[in-house]
Design a protein around this ligand. Structure first.
Ligand code: TXA
Ligand code: MG
Length: 326
């Protein structure tokens, strides 16, 4: 059975390290979402992440590090990459950088690419990695294709009985996954919008960030997490609604009234004051809450596209995308 331990309990760190040292994954809170973490250098441990999530193996994992020295053992930093790490680590920014020759990150975690996605998380996750002494590979701690977890209970809802240990650190502060940025020489490419808005990256570096066009059809995937249908609740999702159909669950933004909301199965507001940070922190929890009301569909009001709105709208578009046949 799955144990849930509070990160504030003495002994939790040692228990978690013991599970990791046996090559098993542990669910751990980060500032973005809960991750399913395991030894990034151990093929069996990485395999158990893929199996637990039901994740396609061509979709590589982020290696999480405790400090910049640990990162430099595994990837090569250009001056621009170094500047980004200094500005935003620890924090919700993942850098895709060339692997170093000495890297111990296993090819199963990088899907055999010549690069690795690397990030330094905040809080308990970082302490755990420091204690472990090696990078931890960690995708979000949900079954593949489902909404990412922002509480320990969300993890349990998806993975209870499939993992040994969930570490409970309360609600994730940011609520959407890290921004993924490829650094190629002096070029910056946005592979996934996330917890650090593009505007902040541009302000810190003085460079503009390119947004590569999404690959058409089955073309090679740049960041495979960019699979169209992802973050899918059970109910169908409609976006940018100004009126709802009876029996739908409604997710509003900024306290703006929506026609027909009195007929809704459930009504939530991502942020009544229109604060995008609050909206990001509420997003996945409210999608799950809407789903739990067993609605005929989930209707979501428009969310502005600037700042964290880009990441919020990205996740909403994936939640609303046509589903592959099961
Ligand atoms: O906030 C986060 O990033 C969370 C927490 C747990 O840290 N993790 C997370 O991991 O979102 P995951 O596995 O759900 O997303 C990792 C993304 C995938 O879209 C994957 O394709 C991309 O990173 N990725 C990993 N390695 C890559 C590489 N070498 N090149 C391009 N994309 C890569
Ligand atoms: Mg994920």
């Amino acid at each position: 059975m799955t144990r849930i331990l509070a990160i504030s309990d003495p002994g939790t760190l040692a228990d978690a390290l013991a599970v990791l040292r046996r090559g098993q994954p542990v669910a751990v809170p980060t500032e973005t979402v809960y991750g399913l973490a395991a030894d990034a250098t151990d093929p069996a441990a990485i395999t158990s992440i893929y199996e637990t999530k039901g994740r396609p193996r061509f979709n590589p994992l982020i290696a999480h590090v405790a400090d910049i020295d640990m990162a430099k053992l595994h990837v090569q930093f250009s001056p621009l990459a170094e500047q980004l790490a200094e500005a935003f680590w620890p924090g919700p920014l993942t850098l895709v950088l060339p692997l170093s020759e000495t890297s111990q990150i296993h090819p199963l975690a990088t899907a055999g690419l010549g690069t690795a996605a690397i990030r330094m998380p905040q809080g308990f996750a970082r302490e755990l990695i420091a204690g472990f002494g090696k990078p931890l590979a960690a995708p979000s701690a949900n079954r593949s294709g489902r909404v990412s977890p922002t509480t320990a209970q969300h993890v349990a809802d998806d993975l209870d009985g499939r993992i040994e240990l969930i570490l409970d650190g309360g609600r994730c502060r940011v609520g959407v996954e890290s921004t993924i940025l490829a650094v190629n020489g002096s070029q910056l490419q946005l592979l996934r919008p996330g917890g650090i808005p593009v505007e902040m990256i541009e302000a810190a570096t003085g460079k503009s960030v390119d947004r590569p066009a999404p690959p058409a059809g089955d073309a090679a995937v740049i960041a495979p997490g960019m699979l169209a249908s992802h973050y899918a609740p059970d109910a169908r999702v409609r976006l940018n609604v100004s009126e709802i159909m009876p029996g739908e669950a409604l997710i509003k933004f900024g306290a703006l009234p929506v026609e027909g909301e009195d007929q809704a199965k459930a009504v939530m507001d991502l942020s009544p004051t229109g604060d995008l940070r609050e909206a990001a922190a509420n997003l996945f929890g409210m999608l799950k809450q809407a789903d739990a009301s067993a609605p005929r569909g989930i209707a979501v009001a428009a969310v502005p596209e600037h700042g964290l709105g880009e990441a919020i709208n990205d996740r909403l578009k994936r939640a609303a995308a046509p589903r592959p046949p099961v």
